[in-house]
Write a protein that binds this ligand. Structure first.
Ligand code: GGG
Length: 354
């Protein structure tokens, strides 16, 4: 019997619906062409329109709803007329933390057809960024006092737990071990942040003892930005906190050529909960509705999803087809091309059929 998968489709806001629809078209084409698996996408309408209608970004039973699926594909969140902290906490952060999707994996490499206009040294890079995705600076703790007064104060409390750090550290060492260079850099800011970041350093040192085959080093986040630009070839796998890796992964994507091709997996490595796959980019309202959004980041995220649910060959085929299409020059305007989103979809579908 061919395996069958149920996938939650959460397009969200802005260009999210455009890139998710594009990804569904190519994955359905792949399933039909290969005939080795079946896949069904169920549309879930969470996002800003849902919020305006119901007062909530996701349904009350959102976590139970998602637990019925094998995985989820997500587009983007954010709208011009809702404060970003309301939309982000209402949707993405309402899922990642509670579902314990604690490993946010963001592969970065130069993609066929894309150039590295910022820095030719980064051509050919192949990095794996591992972001702690459930706590730290995104704990959502803190508050405001004396609101509106001269002495108004606000606190944003980062919470780092031994369990949270150790599990992401082990995940990162395992990831580094699985890659040819077996190289890991642990990023912190433990010179100035003397509690949580020092705990990161201590746990990294302890966990490293179980991975003698992995070469690792520690780096302060500010120095890491310089290293990524100046010595990109010295890097392979990077692990860091929720905030640090959110920033470094945007830098990495820009150095590799474009955030339009950068994928992201929100994983529960215990597999108790369905994992969620999304492009790194946001809702991009400046191009929403124009039909020119780059679907490649969502294609790559969908390939990561296929790999995660057990369809490695299909994932490989999808990536080969996407890379061939990009190499042939069928590109959206952000990559200097003249194609639109549907043009890239059609070209990938045609390549799948070959
Ligand atoms: N497709 C991802 C998306 O919409 N991201 C919006 C965003 O601001 N994310 C911040 C984060 O990932 O922490």
């Amino acid at each position: 019997m061919t395996p069958s998968y149920n996938i939650a489709s959460i397009p969200g806001d802005g260009i999210g619906p455009e890139v998710v629809s594009a990804a569904i078209q190519v994955v359905e084409k792949l399933a039909k062409t290969l005939g080795t698996f079946q896949i069904e996408f169920t549309h879930i309408p969470w996002g800003t329109a849902y919020y305006k209608e119901t007062g909530r970004y996701v349904s009350e039973d959102a976590l139970d709803t998602l637990r019925k699926f094998d995985a989820g594909i997500f587009g983007a969140v954010g709208a011009p007329d809702v404060p970003d902290h309301i939309s982000l906490w209402g949707l993405l952060l309402a899922i990642r933390g509670p579902l314990q999707l604690y490993a946010n994996v963001r592969p970065v490499r130069t993609f066929p057809g894309t150039k590295c206009p910022l820095n030719t040294a980064t051509e050919g890079i192949d990095w794996m960024l591992v972001r702690e995705n459930s706590e730290g600076e995104y704990a959502g703790q803190g508050g405001r006092s004396h609101i509106g007064q001269k002495w108004e104060a606000a606190t944003e409390v980062a919470i780092f737990t031994r369990v949270g750090i150790e599990r992401i550290m082990r995940f990162a060492f395992e990831t580094a071990r699985s890659r040819p260079r077996k190289l890991l850099t642990v990023v912190t800011k433990s010179n100035s942040m003397r509690n949580g970041m020092v705990l990161w350093d201590e746990i990294a040192t302890a966990v490293a003892k179980d991975y003698p085959d992995v070469t690792w080093d520690k780096m302060l986040v500010d120095a890491m930005t310089v290293r990524m630009v100046a010595k990109p070839q010295s890097i392979d796998t990077i692990v860091g906190t929720n905030l640090h890796m959110d920033i470094l992964s945007d830098l990495a994507a820009a150095l590799a050529g474009s955030i339009g091709v950068a994928p992201s997996s929100n994983l529960d490595p215990t597999r108790k909960n369905p994992s969620l796959f999304e492009p790194v980019h946001g809702s991009a309202f400046d191009i929403t509705g124009k039909g020119i959004a780059n679907p490649v980041a969502t294609f790559w995220s969908a390939a990561e999803m296929l790999k995660w649910i057990g369809e490695k060959d299909a994932a490989g085929k999808l990536m080969t087809c996407v890379e061939n299409v990009c190499a042939s020059g069928v590109l959206t305007p952000d990559l200097g091309g003249t194609s639109n989103t549907q043009g890239v979809v059609d070209a990938v579908c045609a390549e799948i059929e070959q």
